[in-house]
Design a binder for this molecule. Structure first.
Ligand code: NAG
Length: 149
């Protein structure tokens, strides 16, 4: 798939191998780059997710799914060549906390296409998080036949 920032300045996404674009059934692979200071939204999903940091360093902010809302997130440093996994349904945010370098990650998710629930902040109740489906980069592929889930 082509590269785009999907309206987010300092961000780049490429679907390397996708369900809607390439007929993948079990996993999907993305290549994403975050400019200095850039973040994903706070979000959760019920699929598994693995990150491999190809370039740069940053911070993974990880909330909890055990209480009514995500709560004060843990701050987990991530750096080049490290790999991290996101527990299913835990709200999280990837943040390029470096001021100079890009953060580039390879992202592998299970059970595409992804259903992302977005939070305004860490105190928003889980039940109030908003579903964005299909997600922005999957909207590009809507004309492709959809897999039954
Ligand atoms: C990551 O791996 C590459 C290739 O092996 C190496 O050149 C680089 O120094 C490593 N970076 C870190 C921070 O360990």
């Amino acid at each position: 798939m082509h590269q785009s920032n999907y309206g987010r300045e300092g961000f780049s996404h490429i679907t390397v191998a996708g369900a809607l674009a390439h007929g993948m059934k079990e996993v999907e692979v993305w290549l994403q780059t975050f400019g200095p200071g850039k973040k994903t939204p706070i979000h959760r999903h019920s699929c598994e997710e693995v990150f491999v940091v190809l370039k740069g360093k940053g911070t993974l902010l990880l909330g909890s799914s055990s209480f009514k809302h995500p709560g004060q997130p843990q701050e987990i440093p991530v750096f080049q060549n490290s790999t991290f996994t996101i527990p299913v349904n835990d709200p999280h945010q990837v943040w390029n906390s470096d001021e100079h370098e890009d953060l580039q990650v390879l992202v592998i998710i299970s059970r595409p296409p992804i259903k992302i629930f977005i939070y305004d902040d860490w105190s928003m109740p889980h039940t109030a998080a908003k579903l964005k489906f299909p997600y922005y980069w999957d909207e590009d592929c809507l004309s492709a036949p959809k897999d039954e889930l």
